[in-house]
Design a protein around this ligand. Sequence first.
Ligand SMILES: Cc1cc2nc3c(=O)[nH]c(=O)nc-3n(C[C@H](O)[C@H](O)[C@H](O)COP(=O)(O)OP(=O)(O)OC[C@H]3O[C@@H](n4cnc5c(N)ncnc54)[C@H](O)[C@@H]3O)c2cc1C
Ligand SMILES: Cc1ncc(C[n+]2csc(CCOP(=O)(O)OP(=O)(O)O)c2C)c(N)n1
Ligand SMILES: [Mg+2]
Length: 599
Amino acid sequence: MANDQKMIKAGDAMVKVLEAWDVDHLYGIPGGSINSTMDALLDEKSSIKYIQVRHEEVGAMAAAADAKLTGKIGVAFGSAGPGGTHLLNGLYDAREDHVPVLALVGQFGTSGMNMDTFQEMNENPIYADVAVYNVTVVTAESLPHIIDEAIRRAYAQHGVAVVQIPVDLPWQEIPAESWYASANSFQKPVYEHVDIEQAQEITDILTAAKRPLIYFGIGAKQAGAELAALAEKLKIPLMSTYPAKAILPDRQPYYLGSANRVAHKPANEALAQADVVLFVGSNYPFAEVSKAFKHVEKFLQIDIDPAKLGKRHYADVAMLADAKRALAKINELASEKAATPWWQANLANVANWNEYLVKLESKKDGPLQAYQAYAAINKITNADTIFSLDVGDVNQLANRHLILQPSNRHFTSNLFATMGVGIPGAIAAKLNYPERQVLSLSGDGGAAMVMQDLVTEVQYHLPIINVVFSNHQFGFIKDEQEDTNKGYLGVTFNDINFAKVAEAVGMKGFRVTEINQLADVFAKAKEIGQTEPVLVDVVITNERPIPVEAMVLDPRRYDAEAIEAFKKRYEAEDLQPFAKYLADYGVVIDNAEIEQGGF
Ligand SMILES: Cc1cc2nc3c(=O)[nH]c(=O)nc-3n(C[C@H](O)[C@H](O)[C@H](O)COP(=O)(O)OP(=O)(O)OC[C@H]3O[C@@H](n4cnc5c(N)ncnc54)[C@H](O)[C@@H]3O)c2cc1C
Ligand SMILES: Cc1ncc(C[n+]2csc(CCOP(=O)(O)OP(=O)(O)O)c2C)c(N)n1
Ligand SMILES: [Mg+2]
């Protein structure tokens, strides 16, 4: 009988759909247009945790970080108009790093829609570009169904789903049996196939190559052991994209690091000289613009996505396969090679570069530089620590100076590269992994964009160690202006004492200005960070980290005076050009263009 039909609020059904998909927390700020969703969250508060942030952007960035860290969908919401538009940076971050995020956006009630009512506008076009699924709900009964559809699409298409919800709908009652969640049906594709002929072809080309490199990206995340085994068997140095750092333990003797600017010297130098590149699980976005592969004689690619094969360079062999399975097969087919001059020259170059990094990190006197702070951070962290990195010099410096294991996690806004992700990412990390040590590392520009949410760490008792590097400038951009502009504009700024900011929101804050204070303060931060959030503001010099994309070391290309000035500025007296090691080991390069080198 119709009158006996059990009913449920559409909003409660919506939240139950989220729960069915294993969403256990979400971020946002209430508003008149989303208050019905708040009511539903109140009803379901025992199974889904609402995290109040102080800026919707932080909520969306944290949701993106949830997805990056766990592979599970992240959820954030904002109210109609400004609350929703504040989400955009986090949503674009998720889109560009291909992770599933659901955004719920408030809307004026259906009676006021399309009437130019307060904060009312056609919201759909705002999210059209960022989203793989983007709809406005028009009936209460369809609300749970649409949320289910949104989540399924976000997972399947590795992207952002946005649902705009008129505020009256979640409050309406719908039949309790009228909805279901499809979470139990969801599956991820499994890629088992490896083409044997292609695997053989790749093995043969790699074996015959004179100056081969394996260039892996985060698609090879599960394949660290296979990469190391192949490198050692065929004596092929490994390099990676920056986000693929720590797929192998850092400072492996044959790991050259990443290329371009957030990069390491050995990788840039070797890439410029390579004759064969195996590009695996990588979509290096600087490939075309930096002409990274222009001189390569054979380009071999392994990727799981057909849209990526041949994308960054013409591929002589393009294999559609999972990196781990493909590399395992190539390992099987390959026979052990003896060390080659190319291998030895690269190992010597890596050793020389690592000595340079250690020298900077171990300085005991002189002005405090970021390098010594990284050494102090390495001392108080462990193989389990999760590092949430902001955007700026922190990417360059963490890439070079954090010494990580595959069991560590480090992440940032890889491709959208939005500043401000450090603190939101750490909030997400601690919520997902309460037992693991979590650090956020930010520059003073990035931290200033989101510092209001330090109080969120306090409010939810999230023991995070926040590190801010204060150099009183947008350092990463200042260095660009040095290279491209006629002068500096907009790149320096006044000091913010972040230790005092921390104290103001109720967390312990320290300010470090000397090398000899580092050990003690970081030891205290480690201790405090076991139970409550803490912040260390490290006031560093405004020096430029060594530009590995523009090394002035090779006497065949630069005069003695220029080399001396470069070495002095970057404390690089002992740093050698790769050309020295190529010559030492008798690597002959018979191509004039390659001999010139790229970087
Ligand atoms: C300020 C800043 C500066 C930066 N500068 C640099 C820089 O100088 N150098 C640098 O390298 N990076 C830099 N980055 C990062 C850069 O923007 C890109 O995000 C990064 O290079 C892309 O890395 P990726 O190709 O490993 O990852 P993605 O772009 O995610 O590509 C991964 C690839 O792996 C494939 N894949 C996924 N799973 C599998 C699987 N199982 N098997 C096979 N293939 C798979 C995917 O289809 C995709 O093609 C910077 C980031 C920031 C924030
Ligand atoms: C939201 C946003 N605005 C601007 C930029 C351009 N940008 C990239 S890095 C950077 C400077 C970062 O400064 P800071 O956080 O102080 O770090 P530093 O490089 O000084 O260590 C800027 C302005 C950006 N990536 N994101
Ligand atoms: Mg700065």
